[in-house]
Design a protein around this ligand. Structure first.
Ligand SMILES: Cc1ncc(C[n+]2csc(CCOP(=O)(O)OP(=O)(O)O)c2C)c(N)n1
Length: 282
């Protein structure tokens, strides 16, 4: 669909508001949901070829949430696309055998391509899916996967990164949510990664480094992806802020996961609306 930048920013704000409403009811991985909200909004609402009414269409783009704990932001993006309503997500979240929970599960939710949650698995699965599409001579679909930067500590990520180049998976787009924090602290204090972009480049990937909280830049990056029938996989290193958009959560380890009070909810929503309206309704 065609969206203006202000419409996409508004959609991202609404998704953040829904995340906060859910976070007022349940413990969710709010920090890493908020950091990747802008990328996910542009991906789901603007970029991906995905029709909620035809979810088995062979021509669809595939999405694999490798950082599976960001299930809430994925569900709210899918809700914005019309797969279900945001209220469904909020009311059904964490219900026994329900569609929505801390990790995405394709047994209960048909809009989830692959169940994830254990870090390091989504990226290799995405590689396998991209290789499968090539074998089936599907030249138009892409496979998108979103990983965390903490998740890069899993060795399986780098096995997949080598394999993607070897198998010439130009239909694979791997996005790293480079917010600098994982559950236990700053990445560089735990298992330092150095320069993620250089690492992927050295493996032979096409790499874009962007401000992952800038909707215009994200849109431009998606617009200039190599064609899916090309030979080199693309890694987008999205520099983001964990907890983005909520002042008391930004870059604070404590908000990797948690629940907020009614007062925090009100303040956070006010902050989001103030920032959006200051930008677009002056
Ligand atoms: C194999 C595995 N080990 C540990 C965990 C627990 N865990 C959940 S989220 C997380 C931190 C992930 O950090 P990062 O990938 O940077 O995610 P983000 O900060 O974007 O939320 C950890 C260790 C897990 N889900 N899977």
């Amino acid at each position: 669909m065609s969206y203006s930048i202000s419409e996409l920013e508004k959609a991202a704000m609404e998704i953040r508001k829904n995340l906060l409403k859910l976070c007022n009811k349940e413990v969710i991985h709010i920090g890493g949901d908020l950091s990747i909200t802008d990328v996910m909004t542009v991906l789901w609402l603007y970029k991906m070829n995905y029709d909620p009414k035809n979810i088995k269409d062979e021509a669809r783009d595939r999405f694999v949430l490798s950082k599976g704990h960001a299930s809430a932001v994925t569900s709210f993006c899918q809700a914005a696309l019309g797969c279900f309503s945001p209220e469904d997500v909020i009311n059904e979240y964490a219900k026994d055998q329900g569609r929505f929970s801390m990790h995405s599960c394709n047994i209960v939710n048909p809009f989830v391509e692959v169940s994830t949650g254990s870090l390091g698995h989504g990226m290799p699965i995405a590689c396998g899916m991209a290789a499968g599409l090539k074998l089936k001579k599907n030249r138009t679909s892409r496979v998108y996967t979103v990983m965390g930067d903490g998740e890069q500590s899993e060795g399986s990520i780098w096995e997949a990164a080598m394999n993607a180049v070897h198998c010439k998976l130009g239909n694979l787009v791997a996005i790293v949510d480079n917010n600098g924090l994982e559950a236990d602290g700053y990445i560089e204090d735990l298992t330092g990664l150095g320069n993620i972009a250089d690492k992927y480049r050295s493996f032979g990937w096409n790499v874009a480094e962007i401000d992952g909280n800038n909707i215009e830049e994200i849109k431009k990056t998606f617009d200039s992806l190599p064609l899916p029938d090309s030979d080199v996989p693309t890694c987008i290193v999205a520099h983001t802020v964990k907890g983005k958009g909520v002042d008391f959560m930004e870059d604070v380890q404590r908000w990797h996961a948690g629940k907020i009070t009614d007062e925090q909810l009100t303040a956070a929503i006010e902050g989001l609306e103030k920032a959006y309206f200051a930008r677009w309704q002056s």
